[in-house]
Design a protein. Sequence first.
Length: 310
Amino acid sequence: MASVTNRRHFLKTSLVAASAGLVLPLNRIAAADAAKPLFKISLAQWSLHRALHSGKLNNLDFAETAKNDFGIDAIEYVNSFFGDKAKDMKYLTDLKGRADDLGVKSLLIMCDGEGELGNSNAAKRTTAVENHYRWVDAAKFLGCHSIRVNARSDESLSAEEQGKLAADGLRRLSEYAAPQEINVIVENHGSLSSNGAWLAKVMKTVNLPNCGTLPDFGNFVIGPNNVYDRYQGVRELMPFAKGVSAKSYDFDAKGNETKIDYRKMMKIVLDAGYHGYVGIEYEGKTTPEPEGIMATKKLLETVRTELAGK
């Protein structure tokens, strides 16, 4: 009888000890999770497009500007600022080295001007797909996770037909990018791509894990007198999001964006389970670019703190 009692005592003691051993790591994990920000902040290069176009800022210095001027350690490139350098390994090595030396992450390349991925002409659609290959390769070399593309097609066609054509181009480009572990992400960027339901359907048609969206808070103008609800659009695009673009234009005396309710928008983003980078994309005309970037950053930080406390 004594041996049975001792055995029971040993098992009970062992279980308690094991449980105690598990409690501390779990508490540490919970504390670590609580310490993580709800989302991280990056800087989209387009925020400085006037400085870049004027020559006041060089593309090679973008990482340094983001880190030293704005305290941001993750960046999003725009291909038009180094359009002839996509295959220039000396240039890309310099670009990558500067970012790496500063501890700045290169997240994605926004690609424009490479043709319509939904072109109704099969040969032109193929050319557009292949034009993007070099940017996939460049993104891989720089350490990015994605290239951002457009889903344009022939606007004279029905929405359904445009969707099929865009999905074909996106699927083929995504298949090229998949072995390199690069995502192909579509921004709501005018025409039907600014219709959240349409673009969400295109994503479902492509149905590839490395094809997703880059919801932009501001680009919901489909055409003249045809504006899509921005909050509905972001809500529809978030299930496919691999990045988020925080567009901003102007700010009131309290630091709030005058056109976009950032608290409402960021709640939609977080409710979708997204906790990655949110890229500042300042596009205002009245406030200088540096001040606009800092105002957007401050607003995002304020909203992040508020939402974390709820």
